[in-house]
Design a protein around this ligand. Structure first.
Ligand SMILES: [Zn+2]
Length: 303
């Protein structure tokens, strides 16, 4: 099926604090030309441009960072997931600080912003990567694999040593509808026992029960509880969608992941791009005169 690139219709502003830096930041999402991709601009550094691309990616277990010319943009994964989830190919993001606002810790606020901005279809075709041979990365018991499949889907399994996280698994087709309905509002989570260690290392300084699910040894500390019984695995899938979007094209294949994280996701993207014998590109970015069909979404968060 022929798919067309998309941008947003209107410029939108959003403010918040960084999860790790704790600093306030302001961001502007702007429409961008077909073929541009997702580009961040650090307005506080004289306008350094940093494309959301594999070659600019570095990742830790805690967040995904983009860097270029000594400038960085941190914790990009939830915005990238929202953009990928809604099939937005081209957008320019001006930001006056180093870390994206964490907002409520999920992709839902970004989804609401994009839906409010409106989605503009563009006249260039979208290219996709179709997996033709299995490819995987592994680190101890953590693993991400990409298998050939006719349509995109993700199977994810986590088994942390915690009563609420011992075994959670989800198998989900990747579509705009499934992203909106099942994944977008799943929040970041963390363990209280890790918070002090993270803060001693200059991380999670903006972290609170407003923007993360926090667990002690037995239970969830957030008064409002969970948004989904299996919110944890849903958030891991959301992160994976954001991180895999750094391949530069949507991936058609079956992703099978076990306890992965941002650094392993980034390794998967790099390995994928280094092994073009494992995939083909479908759809060339040729212009068309046909008027692409408009996309309209309603997004009602469950909160
Ligand atoms: Zn996340």
């Amino acid at each position: 099926m022929m798919r067309f690139q998309r941008t947003i219709k209107n410029t939108m502003a959003v403010e918040g604090i960084g999860l790790h830096s704790g600093r306030p930041v302001r961001m502007l999402l702007q429409p961008a030309a077909a073929g541009q991709g997702i580009v961040f601009i650090r307005t506080d550094l004289g306008g350094v441009e940093i494309a959301a691309a594999a070659e600019n990616t570095s990742a830790t277990s805690y967040a995904t960072t983009l860097s270029r010319n000594n400038a960085s943009i941190k914790t990009v994964e939830h915005l990238l997931a929202a953009l990928a989830g809604l099939g937005i190919d081209n957008v320019t993001i001006e930001i006056d600080g180093e870390e994206l606002p964490i907002l409520d810790g999920s992709a839902a606020p970004f989804v609401r912003l994009i839906v409010e901005a409106g989605i503009q279809m563009q006249s260039l075709q979208r290219s996709t990567i179709k997996i033709t041979k299995p490819i995987f990365v592994r680190e101890g018991s953590k693993q991400v694999a990409l298998w050939p499949a006719d349509s995109p889907s993700i199977s994810y399994f986590i088994d942390f040593d915690h009563p609420l996280l011992r075994e959670q698994a989800m198998n989900i087709p990747v579509s705009e509808e499934s992203f909106l309905r099942e994944l977008a509002d799943a929040r970041t989570f963390g363990f209280l026992s890790d918070v002090q260690m993270l803060q001693a290392n200059g991380l999670a300084r903006g972290g609170s029960l407003e923007n993360a699910v926090v667990l002690d040894e037995q239970k969830v500390l957030n008064k409002e509880g969970l948004r989904h019984r299996d919110e944890f695995v849903r958030h891991k899938i959301l992160d994976l969608i954001g991180d895999l979007s750094l391949a530069g094209m949507p991936i058609i294949g079956h992703v099978v992941a076990h306890k992965a994280g941002h650094s392993l996701n980034a390794r998967m993207v790099k390995k994928l791009l280094e092994h073009p014998e494992c995939w083909t590109v479908i759809g060339s970015p040729a212009a068309t005169r046909e008027l692409p069909q408009e996309a309209h979404y309603q997004y009602q968060a469950s909160l």
